[in-house]
Design a binder for this molecule. Sequence first.
Ligand SMILES: *Cc1c(COP(=O)(O)O)cnc(C)c1O
Length: 314
Amino acid sequence: MSLFEKSIKSKNQQIFSPLLEQKNIELFIKREDLIHPFVSGNKFRKLKYNIQKAKKEGFETILTFGGAYSNHIVATAVASSIAGLKSIGVIRGEELANDINKTLSNNYSLKIADKHKMLFHFISRTDFKKKTNFNFIERLKKQYGDFYLVPEGGTNSLAIQGCEEILENEDTKFDYICCSVGTGGTISGIINSAQTHQKIIGFPALKGDFLNKEIEKLIQKSKQSWRLETNYHFGGYAKHEEKLIQFINNFNQQHKILLDPIYTGKMVYGILDLIEKGYFAKKSRILAIHTGGIQGIQGFNKKLINKNKTPIQF
Ligand SMILES: *Cc1c(COP(=O)(O)O)cnc(C)c1O
């Protein structure tokens, strides 16, 4: 059976620490990162029903958009190849096309996508902003033939349907569900499938306040209680703080769970910081979703090493 027809259940791993004991709080991490090395975590959930639909409707090719280090690009390339589909990645940064061998040897993410036969279409940052225009898409169809389109970041209604399968029956015992937020697709699926007694907290990886409205649009109208905790973006995608890297390395040493520096590292840092500040009541049970993203570490480390900073150990 293909990966995309399976229903996958990830284990919840309990975290033990003096802080959690002292505050009398239970913290579990749902290991969605273990689903697949490259189609990991929420990217598997988001692609599952899109891949199924593309196959059912007889498409041969998936086309999507992303930055040069994007987890979504890598996941789409590998997922398509597993499903027997071709893939095209429209990548931000036309300069990357100048010397493709150099680009691939410098960029682990694109190298993996290339290995899985993704065809790259590099465009300028200006053109990238126009990528959802009708004319732009039509031109791509003229050039490459018909394709099944998955938006940047992978968020559409089928992606949300896939993310509604992250929570399991046994997870109803948790009071809080925490997840990292990029486009808001993943948290929307979680909000839709959570119980009414559960509170959902999203940790945006980026600054900006467009997300609340975006998520309102994506979720079904519900009485579900959710909020975004916007203090833990650490300055944005490419930027970082040494504090975060140190935290990721310590956390991995103590708990044998590798977190990524763009999404899940910030979320777990945020959860532990909130616990320390007394945000959660005693006896709270928290479930944090490890949405994956581990493939991005090599590219991130390369930049850290270039700046003479300590890399993430794994
Ligand atoms: C893409 C990604 C997210 C963000 O998911 P959205 O559905 O866009 O909010 C979170 N965590 C990881 C590891 C990701 O790769």
